[in-house]
Design a protein around this ligand. Sequence first.
Ligand SMILES: [Zn+2]
Length: 223
Amino acid sequence: MGEKRRGTKPVGRRAVLIGGGAAVVGGAVLARDELRRAWYRVPGVEKDRVEGELDHVGAQWTAASRANWRYADRPDDFTIDRVVIHVVQGDYPTALKVFKDPGHGAATHYVVRKDGHVAQMIRELDVAFHAGDRGMNERSVGIEHEGFVDRPQDFTDAMYASSARLTAGICARYGIPVDREHIIGHVEVEGTDHTDPGPHWDWDRYMKLVRDAAAGGPRTSAS
Ligand SMILES: [Zn+2]
């Protein structure tokens, strides 16, 4: 399970800041260029967001509950240098359902289905509560895979290939080295009691696929 935190209301705050050439911050009226520096210290208010905008070409947007992630401005406020691989311990519809549940307290950026279909539920610039560790959440993108850790047959060819393309794209976007130091399982997050993706996740096969996809050229954002 991830962190439980209350969401803020950044849209309203941004609307106030963008409303004019100057704004009152901490009692002082700031000129536009001073305000720009002030924006930098307020994660999430700098980048324009478009409803439904995707980071991974071909993914289908379906939003996680706002309670299961934190508004951020990555990679400007936090460096992204890890990809964390998860297995749902359930099927794809179950993953989407729980990540849309505000009471769940956790969600990943992506969910990969057995047929290779990818759902994006949280933007990569935001912090998903998936690793159970604040620091790891802030520095990583999380990918869930449909299935169970004790059912190797759940990890299909299509799933491996699609997930590898996704991970290669993430690595390309943020300059993350394609190696096992930077692409890790949830089980490898310090202090976790989670075991996913489990002993049947074929890391050698997966990493070869990621390297191959990475060599095929960077997948860029649709934005
Ligand atoms: Zn996990």
